[in-house]
Design a protein around this ligand. Structure first.
Ligand code: MG
Length: 400
């Protein structure tokens, strides 16, 4: 096993095949064999989040505007993305992988790196182990996947992409450059449309042609990206596999200086706590689907209750949930000493892709702005009017 932060000496990259479509097909087997496009309805603003191989045959690809995808393949089944389900299955894959290797990195919702350096004695022969791992995941979860094994992350990822639809690949130690050489430059991570065009313009359609030339040529052209490009073309990559630590919960509490009886004060506190928790969730890139409110009365009797919702990290949703829980929790006419909100069942937020709900889209811009203000001017820099009133009230009481 390599030390934390050290590059692996043997690495597996694993990618779920047409992940969103595969999950949709689990839930609705009538989608099998049909062109499926996940992203939304064809006449919606938005892009393709995922599509089946049948749809790809018509030229549809990820990130293509939905309207355009419809023109390519009008007979496709168009589906709204179901983030909750994708995240659940992603977590289940991660759990199975975590059980089998010491260091796992979750690179995205459907992509994983496994550091298997020096694991030969434990795992046994690499090829057989890879097959068994794949069989156990596809058997248990009924989700297809492709993997690649190589010395480092870069070559393992390329091996997966090359192997898609053909079979899983292993690149023997020392054969990295030979393996990469015949492939088109675009397959290298970090080579986008612009760089590809420049390289084609220089007469370099294949990775091998980059590897043969001196690095200087590429640093002159692309700066530090040129250095990375040249190293990558020779199969060199020092990136470590970053261990994936699942955060279980995230929350915030407030203890009153003086126990309170006024429900408005408590509501204001809940709003403030929801803001803090929302801010922290977004800052750490998490979504939650379980909200718990903790209420401690002046006599230290403590009550908690949890409600579940669709994955969210929006202040207003957290607050709405907390308020509902609070209403059912606050049953005694006794002063309250502490209120807390905590969130659990966390999942990584995979970004814009899932913000298709109009409401979410509207609020997304708002929270990005609010988070920015709070980062620059402090967490208390911006808040609801009712929270502010409550704070002023508290400080008046403190001073009195
Ligand atoms: Mg995938």
């Amino acid at each position: 096993m390599s030390e934390a932060g050290a590059p692996p000496t043997r690495c597996m990259h694993l990618d779920m095949d047409t992940f969103f479509v595969s999950v949709e097909r689990l839930m609705d087997p009538s989608l099998n064999g049909r062109p499926v496009i996940v992203g939304g309805t064809p006449f919606q603003r938005g892009v393709v989040a995922g599509c089946s191989r049948e749809a790809r045959r018509y030229g549809v690809h990820s990130a293509m505007p939905l309207r355009q995808a419809y023109e390519c393949c009008p007979q496709a089944v168009f589906l709204h993305p179901n983030f909750t389900h994708y995240a659940e299955y992603s977590d289940r894959v991660a759990e199975m992988l975590e059980d089998s290797v010491p260091v796992l990195e979750k690179a995205s919702i459907d992509e994983f790196y496994l550091d298997i350096s020096g694991c030969g004695r434990v795992l046994g022969e690499e090829e057989g182990w890879g097959h068994r791992l794949k069989r156990s995941i596809t058997g248990e979860l009924q989700l297809p996947l492709t993997y690649g094994i190589a010395r480092n992350k870069l070559v393992a990822k390329v091996a997966t992409n090359v192997g898609k639809g053909h079979g899983d690949l292993r690149v023997p130690d020392g054969r990295e450059a030979d393996f990469l050489a015949p492939h088109r430059v675009r397959i290298l991570p970090g080579v986008g449309e612009v760089m590809e065009r420049d390289l084609l313009g220089m007469g370099m359609p294949r990775i091998g042609s980059i590897a043969r030339l001196p690095m200087q040529l590429f640093t002159n052209m692309f700066g530090k990206h040129g250095r990375a490009l040249h190293e990558h073309s020779r199969g060199i990559d020092y990136a470590p596999v970053l261990p994936y630590r699942r955060q279980k919960s995230l929350g915030a509490e407030h203890t009153y200086l003086e126990d309170v009886l006024d429900p408005r004060a408590m509501t204001a506190t809940l709003k403030q706590l929801a803001q803090r928790v929302g801010h922290d969730l977004r800052g750490k890139g998490f979504l939650t689907r379980s909200v718990t409110v903790k209420l401690r009365y002046a006599d230290f009797v403590t009550a908690t209750k949890t409600l579940h919702c669709d994955y969210t990290n929006a202040d207003h949703t957290l607050y709405r949930m907390a308020e509902r829980i609070f209403q059912s929790l606050y049953t005694r006419r006794v002063r309250v000493r502490l209120l807390g909100i905590s969130t659990s069942d966390l999942s990584e937020d995979y970004g814009q892709l899932f913000l298709f709900e109009e409401e979410e889209e509207k609020f997304d811009g708002l929270y990005t702005g609010l988070d920015d203000i709070r980062r620059r001017f402090g967490k208390g820099a911006i808040t609801y009017g009712s929270v502010l009133e409550q704070k002023q009230e508290e400080s008046r009481r403190r001073c009195a």
